[in-house]
Design a binder for this molecule. Sequence first.
Ligand SMILES: [Ca+2]
Length: 544
Amino acid sequence: MKEKFTRREMLTLSSKGIGFGLATQMLPKNLFAFKDSITSNLGEKKRFNVLFIAVDDLRPQLGCYGHEKMISPNIDQLAKSGLVFQRAYCQQAICAPSRASLLSGCRPSTTHVHDLTTPLRTVNPEVVTLPQHFKNHGHYVVSLGKIFHHRDKDDPGAWSEPPGGPRWSEKPGGPRGFWPGYVSQEVEELRRRLWKKSGKEKPYDEIFGPPVESADVFDDAYPDGQLAVLAIEILRRIKNKQFFLAVGFYKPHLAFACPKKYWNLYQREEIDLADNPFRPKKAPDIALHNWGELRAYHGIPQTGQLSDAQARELVHGYYACVSFVDAQIGRVLAELERLGLRDKTIIVLWGDHGWHLGEHSLWCKHTNFETAAHSPLIMSVPELNNAGQKTEALVEFVDIYPSLCELCGLPLLEQLEGISFVPLLKSPDRSWKKAVFSECVQGETIGYSVRTDRYRYTEWGKDGKQGVEIYDHQNDPQENVNIASFPEMERVVATLSKMLREGWRAALPEINDHTHDDQSMKNIPTVPTGSGFGSLFRRRRGIG
Ligand SMILES: [Ca+2]
């Protein structure tokens, strides 16, 4: 999907790795030693199906996350059948890098997919993606909608049949695709006028209409409704196979376009605006951006803040689109139940990253703030006695790949840079990771961020020369004051800086009980492979 940050950024962050110079050049080319390093001794473990639901740009702002105003009954119902991860984090808050990371089990500094223009497979020809691994081990693997950012270009060999679902709509008057996903004639005519006025220099699909649309139509007029229909058809067709069905819904990504009835679930005047619509005190400039993705839409000013009315309309649109997608997810889950597949199927639902709805004077994603990195993750696994429970443990999206492997008895690959959270599924209150990691690229600068139980610590540029941030979530959960320069924080800065450099391996939990098969830890190489934050920093700093 095309997300408009700025053209300059997209060009800068090209597949040549410009902007990541050191990282790109220094990481070893033979990073991926793709072999089934652990020949599973999981025995005759039951092979579940997997229903893998991705929701684009979904914040953890749902009923099951304690947000009473969001109407999300179907996702909430799913949450009641499984475990809600209250503190799950993506590895980079943009579609393509987040998805490439989750689907490879590797971090962005390893995949080198930091931008929207680099398909995972082009820079990681030998990576074994999650669907590919399941396909290799006997599952029938189907992709519908937006799973990889670049759909079939990412990993055409990973699937048992070509990826399906609504496609791009690149021509005026052509079949309406998922992008930008409008359905009304009025918007179509506006876009044509804008395209003509622009001299048709841009492709038509880059001519955006308004950031919202509320058409009085049935669900299936919009791409996500069509996707639900397709998912139901596929479920009926593959119900007797051992399947891995990935369904990637397109909303609530911009444009906030969905049927009017979902807008009518909310009263505009009751929509809350962010109560911290200001940049964090003492935050470096590089931590923020000009939300170019939103400004590309018709009617959004090119500079400055939105009016309250505009902001409220956008937040209303976001809510409506979440409720719309929730309804489509409900249709798919109901069919799974109707087909008698529920107790044979693991369901995992995730949003690829968070989203700023005016917090910190920001809109969209593409930051290292909690609002962008914190993402929803719900997992429902048959036969695990955790229905309706929640965990406060820190987990990362790179953990999803090894977790599904363990649950389905698949071997763990050396490439993986996360660990299975199956022990948490069994004991949601147990101790877990000391920290989780994310990264963000602004222009030509990369910012690395580590989130501990209490703090978020971020360094921008080499040795933090372009900015250091610390937010104390115990006293400042909204991240409104950067306290990195406070004298009393000196020791904390030193500790967190060390954690950032030591990287994810040093933050792993100790797993020494008997609550699971201990397979999850065995894929952690004893000798660093050169991937991940720790080694990246060591290499940059000439340490180790
Ligand atoms: Ca996204």
